[in-house]
Design a protein. Structure first.
Length: 592
């Protein structure tokens, strides 16, 4: 028996190794699933089918041979392909679609430099918590790491930036992987996901076999082994490729506050005399409709400071929307509700919160929920959950209770004082150029009610944030916590496609304009007219303002005023924007 046991054990290990090798080579799968070598179908069709089933309407791209099958298949299924002049713009546009539509934004770019060009935009989407799918081409499965064209370790680049990364190895993996990625992008804290598509997983069998098959098989035993390995790899690549698979959306997992947590918050808010709500971008995420959140906030009657995508949540002239003097309000507040707002640099890492205040923090992401709470602030109640649905529960639980009216009224009075001071500055005369505050006030007054504002810049855009008022929810787009310049072209493109009936205004600094000015060609080609206002002070002023007095030099801060063929945005233009709204008319009368 001992000898039999030893023999059995010695056979067991090689047998396991053999089965594992058979599994890795796809031999077991090929016993039950055949490769249809005569089929003209390709992997791009599988991608397109899943995207259509998930109600994806746009794929943003800069074309490349690695991803052509995806683009062609999507177009055939009615998904609009929108090509840009830079890969980062494609991702920014997908980001904007994700924010405005409540679906996953999708971008597809080619391998190597195509993907590396998107890194900043993907990181921006990660920090802005935008659900986004980036699809990238790659060298063939057998050529990776062997010096193929545009072949780099792409997975290592995107794993730190994305919630989920996958590299397709066989065509049968495409449908389940894309479904999984789209669900993960929206689950928990939304964010970008990345799928790498080696070129041989996207093209038809006859083309792949022609490119990667054995043309002149070497002789001898080793030659036969190599030939068998290559042919088996090709067969396994297409085995079961066109079998029917479920392409419908998978469930999305979103955390919610518990009943006990909500009840504790109801008790805190009901006793508050000076409560304040700080609303962040997370409050606009699905599944809670933004209009329902707006109604809930109005029923609560608590003064609100709005940031990021939540700007415009309460409309243009809400009595509970406070725009100015946030630091002073937080010093007085006895209860502060951080609804998707993070205690990062924008709140001085939590130091602006009064230590005597009761702080309720709600965030889908545990790290963001408690950021800097070990140093500068402490939450009274910390809830890892969806901010939008929490506000609805809070409003329902406080039905009949209203915040003391004198508190929002006093904060609103402070708003009016500050805004009157801004208007006084706007009418101050300048030596040569237009007063930028005057320009922004005029644009704010003249914007259509359904306008969407895209913010892309430093100094000029900082002023715009205090002056321009989004008219409703989801009508303001800025980079978010990463502070990225160059989002303007992509954000405006995505916004105009989502809301073709709305005016889309890009507020540019003259520095940030340079990043995406080429996309005006994209706007023209895709018939997505936008309006751009550029603050042209011929300087990186936000940097220069500190660099010069501290370091005594303006080096690298100087730019130039726009050339003579520019619209001077004269007073006549500010009074009548009809020339801007005439599609195709590129200049005002002052330019002629």
């Amino acid at each position: 028996m001992d000898y039999l046991g030893v023999i059995g054990y010695s056979l067991f290990i090689p047998l396991c190794a053999l089965l594992f090798a058979a599994y890795k080579l796809g031999l077991l799968y090929q016993l039950f699933h055949k490769a249809e070598t005569k089929s003209p179908r390709h992997g791009g069709e599988s991608v397109a089918e899943v995207l259509r089933a998930h109600n994806v309407k746009y794929v943003f791209t800069l074309v490349g041979g690695h991803i052509s099958p995806i683009l062609v298949a999507c177009e055939k299924l009615g998904i609009r392909i929108v090509d840009t002049r830079h890969e980062a713009t494609a991702v920014f546009a997908a980001d904007a679609v994700a924010r405005l539509s409540g679906t996953v934004g999708v971008a597809a770019v080619t391998a190597g430099p195509g993907l590396t060009n998107t890194v900043t935009a993907v990181k921006n989407a990660q920090m802005a918590e935008s659900p986004l799918l980036l699809m990238g081409g790659a060298a063939g499965t057998l050529l990776q790491g062997r010096g193929a064209l545009q072949d780099i370790d792409q997975m290592s680049l995107f794993k730190p930036l994305c919630k989920f990364c996958a590299s397709i190895r066989t065509i049968r993996e495409i449908v389940p992987t894309v479904r999984k990625a789209l669900a993960i992008a929206q689950s928990g804290t939304p964010g970008p996901v990345f799928i790498e598509f080696p070129i041989d997983t996207l093209y038809p069998f006859h083309l792949v076999s022609k490119e990667f098959g054995v043309k002149n098989p070497p002789k001898g035993l080793m030659g036969k082994v190599v030939t068998w390995y290559l042919e088996n790899h090709l067969t396994n690549l297409f085995a079961g490729a066109w079998e029917t698979r479920d392409v419908s959306p998978l469930p999305v997992d979103i955390p919610h506050a518990t009943d006990d947590q909500v009840q504790k918050c109801i008790e805190l808010v009901s006793r508050a005399k000076k409560p304040v709500i700080l609303l962040g971008s997370q409050a606009t995420l699905p599944p809670t409709p933004v209009e329902d959140i707006r109604k809930a906030l109005e029923l609560l009657g608590i003064p609100c400071f709005l940031g990021g995508m939540s700007r415009g949540m309460l409309g243009k002239d809400s009595p509970i929307h406070i725009r100015q003097n946030r630091r002073d309000a937080l010093k007085e507040a006895d209860v502060v509700l951080l609804a998707g707002t993070v205690c990062d640099f924008r709140l001085s890492y939590g130091r602006v919160l009064n230590r005597r205040s009761k702080v309720i923090a709600v965030n889908r992401d545990k790290t963001q929920l408690l950021k800097n709470s070990d140093m500068f602030w402490k939450p009274t109640v910390a809830i890892q959950g969806d901010a939008g649905s929490f506000l609805l529960q809070l409003s329902k639980g406080l039905k009949g209770h209203k915040c003391p009216e004198e508190w929002p009224q006093s904060l609103k009075a402070g708003d009016e004082t500050k805004e009157n001071a801004n208007r006084a500055k706007a009418v101050e005369k300048t030596d040569r150029h237009l007063n930028p505050l005057k320009v922004l006030h005029c644009v704010d007054e003249l914007m259509a009610e359904d306008s969407i504002i895209v913010a892309d810049g430093g100094d000029f855009v900082g002023s715009a944030a205090y002056i321009m008022r989004p008219r409703g929810p989801l009508r303001w787009l800025d980079p978010g916590a990463f502070g990225t310049l160059g989002v303007g072209g992509g954000f405006a493109l995505g916004a105009k496609l989502c809301r073709p009936e709305s005016e889309v205004w890009i507020v540019y600094g003259d520095g940030s304009l340079g990043y995406s000015v080429a996309e005006f060609d994209t706007f023209t080609r895709h018939k997505t007219p936008v309006i751009a206002v550029v603050g042209n002070d011929a300087c990186w002023s936000q940097i220069s303002r500190e660099q010069v007095p501290i370091l005594g030099s303006n080096v690298a801060c100087g730019l130039a005023f726009l050339g003579k063929y520019r619209c001077t945005f004269c007073p006549a233009c500010l009074r009548d924007l009809s020339w801007v709204r005439q599609r195709g008319k590129m200049e005002c009368n002052a330019m002629k």
